[in-house]
Design a protein around this ligand. Structure first.
Ligand SMILES: [Fe+2]
Length: 250
């Protein structure tokens, strides 16, 4: 499936008008990257850092989504597809199932460098897209979309939303005896990353049961997050969650 064959998500697909970005916007991007990159180079998972180079992110220029997708295509087939804003769940899941990552094209202003209530291109591309170059993570993300697209029970979807939150958005991994970040909300927020690295957040070993029973709080820094030992673990957790959903255990 490609962007032309979407149904639920079709109204949200837009073009990225790359050459309409202003000098000021490229400069804000450069400042955002400059603020977090030293921390990220120290604390990000190696797969994130590899992905950062694979997709060709530049420190001083906003990313061109078509160029990024061209670099991802031969590795995992994921595509960063420009969308107009926040997607309703069916449209979001439909896109993930098709390996199309809904990507916001607007960038926060200089006045909101640390925080923006809605995701922007910095969160979506700098935060999310490098991990799409990793084969196991890429398969997990598509499978997540496929499974969720078949579920209509809101309570089950809320639980599966916690799996997404504590992996894709705020996931941690243990590598060489240290806790590393790979979730986009940690990667793209200096404050969230520092909160974990300064030890203000408990880190439990990833357990699907505990993750599914830990409600998401969006109005404060995290007090509890979960560390996997490998990305195979989140892929396997998704398959297990799928079985739990189909057997009524969720
Ligand atoms: Fe996100």
């Amino acid at each position: 499936m490609n962007a032309e064959t979407l149904s639920a998500a079709a109204p949200y697909i837009i073009q990225q008008h790359y050459y309409a970005y202003t000098v000021e916007q490229h400069s804000v991007w450069a400042e955002l990257v400059g603020r977090v990159l030293p921390e990220i180079e120290k604390h990000a998972a190696r797969e994130y850092l590899e992905g950062f180079h694979i997709i060709g992110l530049q420190n001083d220029r906003l990313p061109n989504l078509a160029a990024i997708s061209a670099r991802l295509a031969p590795r995992t087939g994921w595509n960063s597809t420009p969308v107009s804003g926040f997607l309703p769940a069916p449209a979001f899941f439909e896109m993930l199932a098709a390996r199309l990552f809904p990507t916001i094209t607007w960038l926060r202003s200089r006045e909101s460098l640390e925080y923006t209530p809605e995701p922007d291109i910095f969160h979506d591309v700098f935060g999310h897209v490098p991990m799409h170059a990793h084969c196991v993570f890429a398969d997990f993300l598509q499978h997540y979309g496929r499974v969720c697209a078949t579920i209509s029970d809101a309570a089950v979807l809320e639980k599966l939303g916690r799996l997404f939150w504590y992996t894709v958005e705020f996931g941690l991994i243990r590598q060489n005896g240290a806790v590393k970040v790979y979730g986009s909300g940690l990667i793209s927020s200096h404050g969230e990353c520092k909160n974990v690295m300064d030890g203000h957040c408990a880190v439990h070993d990833f357990s699907l049961d505990e993750v599914l029973n830990t409600p998401v709080k969006v109005d404060e820094l995290h007090k509890l997050l979960f560390a996997v030992s490998s990305f195979d673990q989140i892929y396997e957790a998704m398959r297990e969650a799928e079985q739990w959903a189909s057997s009524g255990r969720l």
